[in-house]
Design a protein around this ligand. Structure first.
Ligand SMILES: [Mg+2]
Length: 206
């Protein structure tokens, strides 16, 4: 094994950050723009998200939603507004630091590049390559081909890569189908193989 790829939201960066972006800030802007109650805006926005669904590329594209909801906002301004709430999981920092000399580390996200880079701004030194699936590969990682494209672009075979992430479908089922050994992290300790990235040492030499 030569490289380890990490999902970003919910794996390296506390998932609450993007959760707040989609489920608090967007409804807040919607409520302000259209002059309706926040709770009604929230209900409407969530209904729209559900209609599109998280297996659809559009679900991940802020520009699609800004336009659909007629919001006159810029992604970079929204991100800046709650920058202070961005939190990197302490176990991620610790483990990336240990792994960086032994393996090539890759970040792979279903978020657009602007969001991913914003989130990883202070951590860019850890990663050999970063992939925003929508921005760099034209789709979210809902099919094994996307992982295979990633492997091809970095000249590794799927068996040389280990993938770690928190989504049972995007981070386990799909990469497993691509022939990549995959580890599911569930910080609540319900469904994953590990609860903390520190447990990676049970799978690979740190
Ligand atoms: Mg995730």
């Amino acid at each position: 094994m030569k490289a380890i790829s990490f999902d970003v939201d919910g794996t390296i960066v506390d998932g609450k950050f993007m959760d707040r972006f989609w489920n608090e800030l967007i409804p807040k802007y919607y409520s302000e723009k259209h002059g309706i109650d926040y709770s009604k805006a929230l209900e409407f926005v969530k209904k729209c998200y559900d209609e599109v669904g998280d297996k659809d590329l559009r679900w991940y594209l802020p520009d699609y939603w800004f336009e659909r909801f007629q919001l006159d906002i810029e992604l970079k301004d929204v991100l800046e507004e709650f920058r202070g709430e961005l939190r990197i999981y302490p176990d991620a920092l610790e483990v990336l630091e240990k792994l960086r000399d032994k393996y090539r580390l890759i970040a792979i996200s279903n978020a657009v590049r602007e969001i991913m880079e914003f989130e990883l701004e202070d951590m860019s030194e850890f990663f050999w390559k970063t992939f925003s699936c929508p921005s760099d590969l034209g789709d979210i990682r809902r099919k094994p081909e996307i992982y295979i494209d990633v492997c091809r672009s970095i000249n590794l075979s799927p068996t040389q890569l280990l993938h770690v992430g928190d989504h049972p479908y995007f981070d386990f089922e799909v990469p497993t189908k691509a022939g990549i050994r995959s580890i599911l992290i569930d910080r609540e300790g319900v469904n994953g193989h590990i609860k903390s990235l520190r447990e990676l040492e049970d799978f690979i030499p740190l």
